[in-house]
Write a protein that binds this ligand. Sequence first.
Ligand code: AMP
Length: 278
Amino acid sequence: MEVIREIHELKARQAVWNSPVGLVPTMGYLHEGHMALVRRARQETATVVVTIFVNPTQFGPSEDFERYPRAFGRDLDLLRSAGVDIVFAPPVSEMYPDPFSTWVEVEELGELFEGVSRPGHFRGVATVCNKLFNLVSADRAYFGQKDAQQVAIITKMVCDLNMKPDIVAITTVREPDGLAMSSRNAYLNPQQRAAAAVLFRALNTACQLYRDGCRDVAMVTRAIADIVHEEHLAELDYAAVVDPTSFEELDTLERPALAILAVRIGTTRLIDNMLLKE
Ligand code: AMP
């Protein structure tokens, strides 16, 4: 496994890479959710490139960029044992030379839900993914369904801008109590960690309502909100039922629907989602 820090080095090595090339973009502090993406890339592509880059442009000024957890040595061990070929871990100055002035924005979709709660977040995500797709010349890029709006935005960007990679979405990997694995779970103290299971409980209840025949969107979102409100350490940011591609809120549950929510526990913000299906 090669660890590359600089763009010129990445470009120089590409000539010998076998096709297809699979890209797994991450911010590091890897867990089983990330590793599910890596394993899938390893199965499907000849050269697996994992990027570790805590992207400052997707963090708001009052967000956790500085204290975002980092464990580079441990990440490398995990990636080496998963048979990854290349780790690209550039410093910020390499990705954003000063002055940097070109940005990618996905309108509408990027202005909903996470886009409202985290202004500028998706502009940072779309821009860095665009750069990584170009740098790596990826044939496939792997993303987690946990960040469903991110998957929708990247898929839309690739389509609108005729970009190369196929986008592959991987099912959310969960802890035994259902909490979606996330690097940010490390911020939770034991009481908060226990409370965080409320996201999965709420989504499961929504899914169960659907399976019991409920097709009333308001009733489903109210059930999610009620369950979150019962957990006194949790504060609901939003809960909604949306179209999985456009993230438009649905009036009826007669077509594919995604239940989404964001919850604050202390200073930690967690998101999750679940498809409503039989
Ligand atoms: P991050 O390092 O948080 O930016 O995540 C890197 C990639 O891993 C993103 O595509 C995430 O959606 C994905 N990911 C994070 N957590 C999970 C999880 N629990 N299950 C599946 N994919 C995940």
